[in-house]
Design a protein around this ligand. Sequence first.
Ligand SMILES: Nc1ncnc2c1ncn2[C@@H]1O[C@H](COP(=O)(O)OP(=O)(O)O)[C@@H](O)[C@H]1O
Ligand SMILES: [Mg+2]
Length: 404
Amino acid sequence: MSGYGGNNYSFSLWCYRIIMVWFLGILVRRDVMSIFVDHDYKTSLGTGFYDRVEELGKLDELTRSSKVIVVYGPRNVGKSELARYWIHRRRLTTVRVNARLLRARSLLESMGIGYVEVQAGDSIRALTQEALAHLGVGAGVMDLVLGIALKVAKAVKGGRLLIFIDEFHELPKYKSEHPRSKYEVALEDLRSLAALILKDSVFENVNLLLTVSEGFIATDFARSELEGYSVDWMLVKHIDEIHFRTLYREYSERRGCSLGEDEILGLVGGSPGHLAELCPLDKNGLKRRLRAWIQEVETALSRARNILGQEMRREVDPLEVITIASKLMEKPMKPLEDPIAYNVGQILTTYNIVYPEWSEEGIHYRPQYPVYKVILDIALEKNVSSLLELNAYEVYERALRLTE
Ligand SMILES: Nc1ncnc2c1ncn2[C@@H]1O[C@H](COP(=O)(O)OP(=O)(O)O)[C@@H](O)[C@H]1O
Ligand SMILES: [Mg+2]
C-alpha cells in the first residue's frame, strides 16, 4: 500500500514539476516577448533597434489622421532613429533630408556625400535631385517641401509620399538670416507650409514628418500657431528600463563603458544617445558633465526668474522659482489653476529642461533627464539661491539612489 501511495505521491510531484516548468516557461517567454529588438537593423549607435512598438503604431495612426506630424521629446532619446526605423520597416516612399547636413551642402556635394536619402525607385531619386538642385543655399522648410512635392508627388502614382525633415529648425534659413528670432521664423514658415499642404491638391498624397529637439516646438505658443492645419504632435519619451538595460549591455560589450547601467539610468534615464557621450568619461569627465547639467538648469531658471519678474513687476526670489520648477515636474497641472507655474513650465520647455506631456488632466512637465529634478530637489532641501553652489558628487549620489 505504502509503495502504491509512494508512487502516487511521486506521480503528483512530477505532475506538479511539469506544471511549474510549463508555467515558468510561459513567464520567461512573456518576459522575452516583451523585449522588442530588431538585430537586422543597425542604428547609428551600432546596435540593434530596441523598444518603440507603441510609437511605431502611433506613427501609422497619425499619418492616417494628419498631414503633418511633429515628433518631439527630450534630446537623445531616439526621435530621429525612430522615424528612420519606421520608414524602413513600413517601406514608405520617402525623401529624407537631414536639415543639419543641408547647411554643409556645398561641401558635401563637392565631396560626393549625400545629405538626402530617398527610399524609392531611381526615377523618384532623380526627380528629388533635380528639385534640390534648384534650391537656394538659404532654403527653409517651405522651399524644400514645396520643391520636392512639385517635382516628386505626381510621380508616386497613386501611392503616398513621405517627406521627412530631420531637425527642421536647423535648416540654413533659420540660422543665417534670423539669428535672434530663428524659431519664430521657422514656426511661421511651418504654418504657411501646413496651410498649403492642407489645401493644395499638389500635396494630396503627401505627408510631412518633422523631428525637432528644441523645446520651442512643444510650447503652447507653437501649438496655437499651428492649430487647425492638420498638424499633430507625437511625444517620444525615454526607452523603458528593461529595454535600456539590454541595449546598454549590447553597446558596452562592443564599445566598453566606464559607467554602469544604473548610473546612466539614474542620471539621464533610458536615453540611448547618451551612451556615446557618457560611456567614455572618466571620473573628472563625469564631474564636468554634472556641473554642466547644473549650469543648464541654473541658466533656464534665471531666465524664468527674469521673465516672471518683468511680468509681475517685482523682484522674484531665486528659491521661489526653484520651488515652482521642482513642484511642476511632479504631477499634471491645469494652466488656469496655477498660471505662474504654467508659465515657468513653458519657459523651461523652451530651454529644454522639461518636456510637456498633454493629457485630460492637463500638462505634465517632465524633466528631460532625471538628474534635472535631482538638482532642483537638493537645491530646495539646502535652501540655496543658486544651483551653482551644489556639490556635483551629491547630485550624482542622489541620482543613483533613484534606480535602487
Ligand atoms: N530605439 C533605439 N534602439 C537603439 N538605439 C537607439 C534607439 N533610438 C535611438 N538610438 C540611438 O541613440 C542615439 C540618439 O538617437 P537620436 O535618434 O539621434 O536621438 P534624438 O533624435 O532624439 O536626439 C543614436 O545613436 C541612435 O542610433
Ligand atoms: Mg534627432
